[in-house]
Write a protein that binds this ligand. Structure first.
Ligand code: NAD
Ligand code: UDP
Length: 317
């Protein structure tokens, strides 16, 4: 099988590339290193090739030749994902989400490939329903600081759904809830990377707002297992977007407590203003993934944080 991963030099994509190589697939990675890093890529092997591609610009007519031939499956992950990074150039973020997925859908159609698209819990916005199941339509500001990402991802879902409805592409959507693990960038800016790096440096841990907002944290290997299960699902069994996340729910203050127990250190805290439109709570309902994919996350936060801290310790040396 020949899999293409867009955004394969990023955090999630680099885990996915390793998992696909480990099961014997040929893997093409497209990335423009907007937030990804060359060092995240798996060691060079005959089963993998890399192309520097911006998915906002690539079309079925101008894509690079691959020695593996046509794509069987396309994993469309390319997009900055952390709030500081996706807000740095909001127009770029929206274009990557919307024009990028349009281009990838056309390429999938030309190749007869299945397309797996990385959507997000952000499509639920600042939710008025808790926890969030796939049938909830969300509460999203169309003109706020997070809108480039949230609305870009919502438009991408719409386009995928219409390509499915019109029978043009076997496209599948998975909505990722806050995921963490090895290969995150130390400057990624998300809560887990910021807290781990601060704890390792002996600096104070930055809490935005009062720290009573909640998130659910999924370890990378669990997420990848869910993505692969969705990729392997027979076409007739796919029936709409699927949440992939760990339903454990923690306030940001509780996250500090877990980190203290993992590091065995009392951590200093510094408070900063809560960013605009920061969702107050997030927790996935994962019954759909459990039923359709037979998938559940296995790695609890303490275990995942222990591994992630060990990774960041080598990164910041
Ligand atoms: P990341 O920033 O580490 O990786 C994104 C990758 O996409 C990077 O390698 C970047 O260089 C590449 N990229 C960005 N714009 C591109 C473009 N125009 N053309 C080609 N490559 C481009 O982020 P991540 O955490 O690995 O996220 C991967 C995907 O999962 C994203 O689509 C993100 O929206 C989604 N997601 C992630 C999380 C999470 O918690 N990590 C949560 C929800 C959704
Ligand atoms: N957050 C924080 N300190 C940080 C980074 C983030 O308190 O250094 C908060 C942020 O305001 C949000 C939560 O932690 O409420 C999760 O933020 P993250 O950037 O990981 O992703 P989000 O789930 O908001 O997309």
């Amino acid at each position: 099988m020949h899999a293409l991963i867009t955004g394969g030099a990023g955090f999630v994509g680099s885990h996915l590339a390793r998992a696909l190589l480990a099961r014997g697939d040929n893997v093409s990675v497209w990335d423009n290193f907007h937030t990804g890093r060359e060092k995240n890529l798996p060691a060079a092997t005959l089963a993998m090739e890399f192309h520097s591609i911006d998915i906002r610009e690539v079309t079925a007519a101008n894509l690079p030749n691959s020695r593996f031939g046509r794509f069987d499956t396309i994993f469309n992950l390319a997009c900055p994902a952390s709030p500081p990074h996706y807000q740095k150039d909001p127009i770029y973020t929206w274009e990557t989400s919307v024009l990028g997925v349009r281009n990838m859908l056309h390429i999938a159609e030309a190749h007869g490939a299945r397309l797996l698209h990385a959507s997000t819990s952000e499509i639920y916005g600042d939710p008025q329903v808790h926890p969030q199941g796939e049938s909830y339509w969300g509460n999203v500001n169309t003109v706020g600081l997070r809108s480039c990402y949230d609305e870009g991802k919502r438009a991408a879902e719409t386009l995928c759904a219409d390509f499915v409805r019109t029978g043009r592409v076997d496209a599948r959507l998975f909505r990722i809830f806050n995921t963490y693990g090895e290969f995150m960038h130390p400057d990624d800016g998300r809560v887990i990377s910021n807290f781990c790096v601060a704890a390792l440096k002996g600096a104070s841990v930055p809490i935005y707002g009062d720290g009573e907002q909640t998130r659910s944290f999924c370890y990378a290997s669990d997420l990848v297992a869910g993505i692969l299960a969705l990729a392997d699902l027979p076409r007739e069994k796919y029936d709409g977007p699927i949440n992939l996340g760990n339903p454990g729910e923690f306030t940001i203050n509780e996250l500090v407590g877990v980190l203290e127990s993992v590091t065995g250190k009392k951590l200093e805290i510094q408070h900063f203003p809560l960013p605009a439109d920061d969702p107050k709570m997030r927790k996935p309902i994962i019954e759909r993934a459990q039923k359709i994919l037979g998938w559940s996350p296995k790695v609890q936060l303490e275990e995942g944080l222990t591994k992630t801290l060990a990774y960041f310790a080598t990164e910041i040396q």
